[in-house]
Design a protein around this ligand. Structure first.
Ligand SMILES: [Zn+2]
Length: 220
């Protein structure tokens, strides 16, 4: 995203650079909170820029802006992760880490201009393994009655839209209808890393897998 930048994208790049300064546990919490608020405020400008792009049927630009939205979500989540770790809330921090990872991967899918984020995704992956203890992931197998395309509403497969691809600033995904749970399994590579074993029973209560603290049982 270096050549022929629109003024809006230049502003976006500046905002990203400003926020990146605070992506460290060592930075001041108040300044990190301010960085989050700045990003959230800028998100609104992205939305209105997006509305104009859609109106002009400029799909490439709409998808680029979708990527910008994903990047700002990733930055907000990563900043929140560091703040929550400092507040002694590692379970909530984990959820923000996973949100940051997914949003950063989404940005790469949204537009070729974000291909460089692969490097950032490696950093988030490293944080997962260096900052947090190993996790046990769960995956649920579902039986789906009906699969609907999120872009056009047709039965998925009957239309030309593909899951995970951007269309005029929106990702295509499957809206699953008539779900029933088939099985739950422990897996190594879950679709959603927020699905994990959080507690297990020990004498005197349940142990939090993240903090290793034994907490009294709720039903006591
Ligand atoms: Zn469709």
């Amino acid at each position: 995203m270096n050549n022929n930048l629109s003024p809006f994208i230049s502003t976006f790049n500046t905002k990203v650079k400003e926020a990146e300064v605070f992506l460290s546990i060592a930075r001041d919490s108040t300044l990190q909170q301010e960085a989050i608020e700045n990003l959230m405020a800028f998100r609104e400008s992205i939305s209105s820029e997006m509305a104009t792009a859609i109106e002009n049927e400029n799909e490439d630009y709409a998808n680029l802006l979708l990527g910008c939205t994903c990047v700002s979500s990733a930055l907000v989540a990563e900043l929140r992760m560091w703040l929550l770790l400092k507040e002694g809330k590692p379970d909530a921090a984990w959820d923000e880490l996973v949100t940051a990872q997914m949003a950063s991967v989404d940005a790469v899918r949204a537009h070729a201009g974000f291909a460089h984020l692969v490097e950032h995704n490696r950093k988030l992956e490293a944080i997962e393994h260096l900052v947090f203890p190993p996790q046990v992931f769960i995956s649920s197998g579902m039986i789906v009655g009906k699969q609907e395309c999120s872009i056009c509403g047709a039965e998925y497969g009957d239309c030309d839209h593909l899951v995970g691809k951007p269309y005029m600033g929106r990702f295509c995904y499957i809206i699953a209808k008539d779900l029933s749970l088939d099985h739950v399994a422990i897996v190594e590579h879950p679709a959603d890393k927020r699905c994990r074993v959080q507690h297990f029973e020990v004498e005197g209560g349940s142990r939090n897998r993240m903090t290793w603290k034994v907490e009294p049982k709720n039903d006591a």
